[in-house]
Write a protein that binds this ligand. Structure first.
Ligand SMILES: [Zn+2]
Length: 264
């Protein structure tokens, strides 16, 4: 068990924290014990790869919240409700604990899972995207960039073209998750474009009704990650070690110089 000193510090007012964890058979195995019974049943019906991603993302979330709140991870009262159809097998995850106002967001792609927790109930969104999981880059670019920026994007060297379009996509997904907007609307709102030297720029809080969307360093190379928070919220990387298992060991990303995608 974690002693009081080993407790995860959950974000206080005006703060959000991000945890990233590599998805491996080992991390999935050790995260299994953190899941609720219902989640374990759900996971059992998935393919191996999907089960590993689900287990690590939910496991890290439950581990972080359980440690920070002093609860058994499998007993942390999480609820999932789709904001569109009301189903409970997909959609945003909420903490249902009276008197505790925390906003949560989860993401996973291929071998990387991420969890963001923000103080308050105004929402937060995280997204990670694996370079290996995208199909045709040009198709993706057509969805994230307006024509002029797409032309500029096409002039980027191949080594920059892929991470740039992935990052733009991740920004749209993170904003969609934070706000509940549909992905198309969110991508249009984020309005990804390229500046004069080909760096990605996205809309700022003035255009996004007080939301701030930023790219953050992904813990694995070849991945993009983005987080959307209320503008005034400060984001930091979290350290989480679930003593006794290998789940989420050292899951923090360095977040210095995170705001590469930020402009107006
Ligand atoms: Zn639904």
């Amino acid at each position: 068990m974690n002693g009081p000193d080993a407790r995860v510090a959950l974000p206080g007012p005006g703060r959000a924290r991000l945890w990233q964890q590599r998805v491996t058979p080992g991390s999935a195995r050790s995260c299994t014990s953190l899941l609720s019974r219902e989640e374990r049943l759900r996971a059992a019906a998935m393919t191996d790869a999907a089960r590993a991603r689900f287990t690590v993302a939910r496991g890290v979330l439950r581990g972080v919240l359980g440690s920070g709140l002093g609860l058994r991870p499998d007993r942390v009262p999480l609820r999932v409700t789709c904001t569109r159809c009301g189903a409970s097998d997909h959609g945003p995850v909420r903490l249902e604990l009276p008197g505790v106002g925390l906003a949560l967001s989860l993401a996973h792609s291929d071998e990387l899972a991420a969890v963001t927790v923000a103080h308050g109930e105004r929402g937060v969104g995280v997204d990670v995207e694996a370079g290996t999981s995208i199909g045709d880059l040009g198709t993706l670019a057509r969805r994230v960039f307006a024509p002029a920026d797409r032309d500029r994007w096409q002039t980027l060297p191949a080594a920059r073209a892929r991470p740039t379009v992935l990052a733009a996509w991740a920004c749209g997904e993170a904003y969609a998750k934070a706000t509940g907007l549909g992905l198309g609307t969110a991508l249009a709102g984020v309005g990804a474009r390229l500046d004069g030297v080909g760096r990605l720029v996205v809309a700022g809080p003035r255009e996004l009704d007080g939301w701030s969307v930023r790219t953050v360093p992904a813990r694995l190379s070849g991945y993009a990650a983005a987080v959307a928070t209320r503008h005034e919220v400060r984001l930091s990387g979290g350290d989480f070690e679930h003593t006794g298992t290998e789940c989420a060991n050292g899951g923090a990303a360095a977040l210095s110089g995170q705001a590469t995608a930020h402009g107006g």
